[in-house]
Design a protein around this ligand. Structure first.
Ligand SMILES: NC(=O)c1ccc[n+]([C@@H]2O[C@H](COP(=O)([O-])OP(=O)(O)OC[C@H]3O[C@@H](n4cnc5c(N)ncnc54)[C@H](O)[C@@H]3O)[C@@H](O)[C@H]2O)c1
Length: 463
C-alpha cells in the first residue's frame, strides 16, 4: 500500500512518520517548498517529542519521502490522506480553502482507484464536498476514475503526538462502502495488534465526533475556569475541588485544571466552527457560546491579577514581568492562540516590560511578538528573573516544576509570582518569599505568611 499524505504540518508529518515506522511506503506532500526542502535535508520543522528519530530513520530507509509534486505523488498512491489546515474564517466557520485546493489537485492527477481519507477537522458534509470537487476536476479532464472518500478525523495531541498515533484510544472511520472500509481496516491493522480500536460509522457521525470530542474537553476546562472564580470569592480551592470531583469514576480527573485559558490550533477554531454549524442549522448554540466566552475571559485573568497587584505597588507602567512558558501548552513549539500572547499584549499596552523564555517555542514566538524596547528574549529561567518585579508562569513545562525559586527570587527586584497553571504549593511559595497568586485559590503573601507564623509560634508558646 502506498500512502500519500497531503499537508505536512503537525498532523501530516506525525501521521506520515508513524505509518512509515510501521513499514509502509509514505510520501508527504506540501505546497510549502521551504518546508519540503528542510525535510528532504533532514531538518524537522516542528518540535514534537520522538518525531525526529522516526523521520530520520524512515527517510534513511527510503520509506518516507517528501515532495511538492501532486503530478508525481497522486498516480502511485493507494490512499491519499488530507491533513491540510482548516483554519477559522473571519466569520467563525471552518475555512475549506486548503481542502478545496488539495481535492482539486487530486482530481487533476488521479489515475487509478484511490481512497481519499479526510484527516483534517472539517464540518459535517465535507466528505461530500471533497467528492464533488474531485469529480469536477475529473470531468474537466473528461475522464472517469473511481475513488472513495472516507472520514478519519485525527485525535493526536501535540506534545504526545507520536505516542498518541502509535497507540490511539480509538480510530474513527466514517465510510459508506465495503471496499473502502476493508482498505481502512488493512491500513490500521499494524496499530491494532494488541487491541482492536477501529470504530466504523457513517461519514456524518465521524465528522461530528471530532468536533464533539474537542467541545467536550473544552467544556470541562471552561467549567472549571468558571468555578475557579467562584472559589476565589468563597474561599474554596479549585485544585481541591478538582480532586474531589475527579475521583468520581463518572467524571475522572482529566481536563479539569483551572488556568489561564486554553489555546492551540484546535480547540478555539473547532469550537467556533461547531458554533457556526449549530447556528446555521437554526439551533441554540448557547452552551458552546458560554464555553468560548468563559475562555476568552479567562485569558485576560492573569493580566488582571497582575494589574490589580501592582495598583498597590506603584502601578504597572515601567514594571518588568518575567514570563515563563510561551507555547499554548508544554512539549510543543506551537504558539497558535497561546494564552501567553494575550498576557504579553496587555502588559505591553499598559507600559510594562516583559522578559520572555520558553524551552522550545521562542523561534515561533518571535514571529508573533514584535521587536520592541519593552521586550527582552531570555536564554533561561534565571535570565527571565533578572530585575523582574514579577514572574508569571503561563505554560507548565516540566522543567519549571522544580525551579530553584530562592535563586530566582534573588535575581528579582520584586517578589510576586503569578501562576497561570496552579503548579505550586501556595504555602511553600509564600514561605520562600513570594507573594504567590494563582487561579481559583487564595493568594499567599510572604508578609502575611511571616505574620501568621509569628502568631502561631507565640500563641502556641503562651498557651
Ligand atoms: N495540530 C493538532 O494537534 C491537530 C490534532 C488533530 C487534528 N488536527 C487537524 O488536522 C488538520 C491539520 O492541522 P495541523 O496542525 O497539522 O496544520 P498545519 O497548519 O500545521 O499544517 C497544514 C499543512 O498543510 C499544508 N497545505 C495547505 N494547503 C495545501 C495544499 N493545497 N496541498 C498540500 N499542502 C497544503 C500547509 O502548507 C501546512 O504545511 C487541521 O484540520 C486540524 O484541525 C490538528
Amino acid at each position: 500500500m502506498e500512502i500519500l499524505i497531503i499537508g505536512t504540518g503537525y498532523v501530516g508529518l506525525v501521521t506520515g512518520a508513524c505509518f512509515a515506522e510501521m513499514g509502509y511506503h509514505v510520501t508527504c506532500l506540501d505546497i510549502n517548498e521551504e518546508k519540503i526542502k528542510q525535510l528532504q535535508a533532514g531538518i524537522i520543522p516542528i518540535f514534537e517529542p520522538g518525531l525526529e528519530e522516526i523521520v530520520k530513520r524512515c527517510s534513511q530507509s527510503k520509506r518516507l519521502t517528501f515532495t511538492t509534486s501532486y503530478k508525481e505523488a497522486v498516480p502511485k498512491a493507494t490512499v491519499c490522506m488530507l491533513a491540510v489546515d482548516t483554519p477559522m474564517s473571519e466569520t467563525g466557520e471552518c475555512n475549506l480553502r486548503s481542502i478545496t485546493a488539495a481535492a482539486s489537485s487530486i482530481g487533476e492527477h488521479l489515475q487509478n482507484y484511490t481512497v481519499i481519507i479526510n484527516k483534517s477537522t472539517v464540518p459535517v458534509g465535507t466528505a461530500e464536498f471533497v467528492r464533488k470537487t474531485i469529480t469536477k476536476a475529473l470531468e474537466k479532464r473528461e475522464v472517469s476514475i473511481p475513488f472513495d472518500v472516507v472520514s478519519n478525523p485525527e485525535f493526536l495531541k501535540e506534545g504526545s503526538a507520536v505516542a498518541d498515533f502509535m497507540r490511539p484510544d480509538r480510530v474513527i472511520v466514517g465510510c459508506d462502502n465495503e471496499k473502502a472500509a476493508a482498505l481502512m481496516h488493512d491500513l490500521y491493522k499494524p496499530f491494532m495488534l494488541s487491541q482492536e480500536r477501529l470504530y466504523f460509522m457513517d461519514i456524518a457521525s465521524a465528522e461530528m465526533t471530532k468536533y464533539a470530542a474537542n467541545a467536550m474537553l473544552a467544556t470541562r476546562i471552561s467549567f472549571m475556569n468558571s468555578l475557579s472564580l467562584l472559589c476565589e470569592k468563597t474561599g474554596a480551592d479549585i485544585t481541591e475541588v478538582r480532586r474531589g470531583i475527579g475521583s468520581d469514576k463518572r467524571i475522572g480527573l482529566a481536563f479539569l485544571w483551572a488556568g489561564a485559558g486554553f489555546g492551540g490550533s484546535c480547540f478555539p477554531k473547532d469550537l467556533q466552527a461547531l458554533q457556526s454549524m449549530i447556528r446555521s442549522n437554526d439551533l441554540d448554540s448557547s452552551l458552546i457560546d458560554a464555553v468560548i466566552k468563559i475562555n476568552a475571559r479567562q485569558k485576560e485573568l492573569l493580566f488582571e491579577k497582575i494589574q490589580s497587584y501592582f495598583e498597590d505597588h506603584g502601578g504597572l507602567r515601567g514594571k518588568t514581568i518575567g514570563i515563563l512558558g510561551l507555547s499554548f501548552k508544554p512539549d510543543t513549539d506551537d504558539m497558535r492562540e497561546a494564552a501567553s500572547l494575550v498576557l504579553i499584549t496587555r502588559l505591553l499596552q499598559h507600559g510594562a516590560h516583559v522578559r520572555l523564555f520558553d524551552p522550545v517555542a521562542m523561534p515561533n514566538a518571535k514571529k508573533l511578538i514584535p521587536e520592541s524596547s519593552q521586550v527582552t528574549w531570555c536564554e533561561n529561567e534565571q535570565e527571565v528573573a533578572k530585575g523582574a518585579d514579577a514572574l508569571a508562569l503561563v505554560t507548565e513545562w516540566k522543567q519549571f516544576r522544580l525551579i530553584d525559586y530562592k535563586a530566582l527570587l534573588q535575581e528579582m527586584q520584586g517578589n510576586s509570582f503569578f501562576d497561570g497553571r496552579n503548579q505550586y504549593d501556595p504555602e511553600m511559595m509564600a514561605k520562600t518569599g513570594f507573594d504567590y497568586i494563582s487561579i481559583g485559590r487564595a493568594p499567599a503573601y510572604h508578609a502575611l505568611y511571616n505574620e501568621f507564623k509569628w502568631i502561631e509560634k507565640n500563641v502556641t508558646a503562651d498557651a
